[in-house]
Design a protein around this ligand. Structure first.
Ligand code: ZN
Length: 85
């Protein structure tokens, strides 16, 4: 019996926020991304594991790690550096 199994990286965008980047100091869209590994069995995706969360600047590519709670509610921590209006 053959068992087709594989693990592939998976990225999922959770939100996009606009605030001043801490790396390039430019007001640019910041993407909140979930990065994980997905197990495939017989060409069917089963589940995702090893999840981590990052916010990536669309201007400079600077990335900062987030906790799962920060990724789920990005408005809270982003409010401090958000642009007015
Ligand atoms: Zn930046």
């Amino acid at each position: 019996m053959f068992l087709f199994i594989g693990v592939f990286p998976r990225e999922r965008q959770l939100a996009t926020l606009r605030f001043i980047c801490e790396y390039c100091r430019m007001p640019a869209p910041q993407r909140v991304i979930e990065v994980g590994s997905r197990l495939w069995l017989f060409f069917i995706p089963t589940f995702t594991f090893s999840r981590r969360y990052v916010v990536v600047c669309s201007n400079c590519g600077g990335a900062t790690e987030l906790t799962a709670e920060q990724a789920r509610q990005p408005e809270g921590w982003a409010a401090a550096s958000r642009l007015p209006g």
